[in-house]
Design a binder for this molecule. Structure first.
Ligand code: SF4
Ligand code: SF4
Length: 375
């Protein structure tokens, strides 16, 4: 696969060139947040910090029209109504610039849900096929990052079409742009001489920078996390403690690159309407409230338990064949840390995972002690 060099000062021009063929989503600063916006000629993409929102919206929009419908009454027979459906337009070819490797890995995990569970989601499939990820490698971990727990890394290529790796030369800053997929290769070669091949010196500088990059912290042993979670499943006091501060605001799930809960609603206006799919959150009490009034997850404790269990127990048990993480398990979490950074009351999923392990291991040790004492 090709490796090209992209000067930082040429970034907007390159985005403009891609924008001739794609709807380009590029990160820009808005206040203290970095958000994706459709690229326009006066825009300056900002790749200096990971975007506040995840790249999930490129593949699973916050709200999408699944189809529109119109009713027509049969005036000769008022018991009959005809319904005419029009499908949503196919997605525009889209290029998302600036996700981080944890986001691109999220794309791979969304595929598990929408493509690989036996029922293929047509809207997701079409959008997935029409979307390219031009990812930016990280140069240092933030204090909320833990991608190394989950099999990722600062230059992980999983889910990317092109990986931009920041490099500093004597007279300029830029990126070594590596094609990861054939579509990514086409994207880079389409720019011709505007994107020259990376030289041996550039690649050497990149290797030097990577060698000097701060290593992430230690990786806990998560090999038995699914069993530990199940051991603590019925300990509602434990989950009540863990969720004591939670406000059920749902921010953690909306910003997560791998959360997929959605709701379906019909919006009617007279004899026509449309069916919408909208993000939902399992952290809301209403999410599981049944029509009968029964709620199988009535408390914050039940809901936080479900969220942690989904990511670190149910997913790895459902997809045991996939094993990119050091633990030998695939988690439905990329360790992006957004839920930690943006939680208004500082709920930290890393600490919950560690507490689950400690509590389950302690309980197992006590059980052994009791058994030995009884003998
Ligand atoms: S962001 Fe924090 S407070 Fe809001 S639902 Fe998630 S854990 Fe609870
Ligand atoms: S659970 Fe938190 S750390 Fe994991 S992928 Fe979602 S937002 Fe990122």
């Amino acid at each position: 696969m090709v490796a090209r060099f992209l000067k930082e000062t040429d970034l907007a021009a390159v985005a403009a060139s891609w924008a001739r063929d794609f709807r380009v989503l590029a990160p820009v600063r808005e206040g203290s947040a970095i958000v994706y916006r459709v690229f326009s000629a006066d825009m300056h993409p900002y790749l200096g910090r990971p975007p506040t929102s995840s790249a999930k919206e490129a593949l699973l929009p916050q709200t999408e029209n699944l189809f529109s419908y119109t009713y027509r009454k049969d005036h000769a027979d008022l018991t009959r109504t005809e319904v005419f459906l029009s499908e949503a337009l196919p997605p525009e070819p889209t290029l998302i610039l600036g996700p981080r490797p944890c986001d691109a890995r999220g794309r791979h995990l969304l595929d598990r849900v929408f493509l690989e569970r036996g029922v293929v989601d047509p809207q997701y499939t079409a959008r997935r096929a029409a979307t390219l990820f031009v990812t930016v490698a990280c140069t240092s971990p933030q204090n909320t990052c833990f991608c190394h727990w989950t099999g990722g890394g600062m230059d992980d290529q999983t889910g990317s079409d092109v990986l931009l790796e920041p490099v500093t030369l004597e007279d300029m800053n830029g990126f070594v742009a590596r094609a990861v997929t054939p579509a990514g290769e086409k994207l880079l070669t389409s720019l011709g001489a505007n994107l020259p091949e990376a030289t041996a010196e550039m690649l050497a500088r990149l290797d030097e920078r990577k060698a000097a990059t701060q290593a992430p912290g230690e990786t806990p042993n998560l090999a038995d996390i699914a069993e530990s979670f199940l051991a603590k499943f019925d300990d509602l006091d434990f989950w009540t403690d863990q969720s004591a501060r939670c406000l059920s605001c749902g921010v953690c799930t909306y910003l997560c690159p791998t959360c997929t809960c959605f709701n379906i609603t019909d919006e009617n206006s007279g004899l026509k309407g449309r069916r919408l799919r909208t993000w939902d959150t399992c952290m809301s009490a209403l999410y599981t409230l049944e029509g009968s009034g029964h709620n199988p997850r009535p408390s914050r404790a039940h809901r936080l338990r479900n969220r942690v269990g989904h990511k670190f127990c149910y997913h790895p048990r459902e997809f045991p064949q996939a094993a990119p993480a050091p633990s030998g398990l695939e988690f439905s979490c990329t360790g992006c840390g957004r839920c930690i950074k943006s939680c208004p009351v500082a709920v930290d999923i890393r600490q919950i995972v560690l507490d689950v392990i400690e509590a389950a291991t302690g309980a197992a040790a006590k059980t052994t002690d009791k058994a030995e004492g009884a003998r």
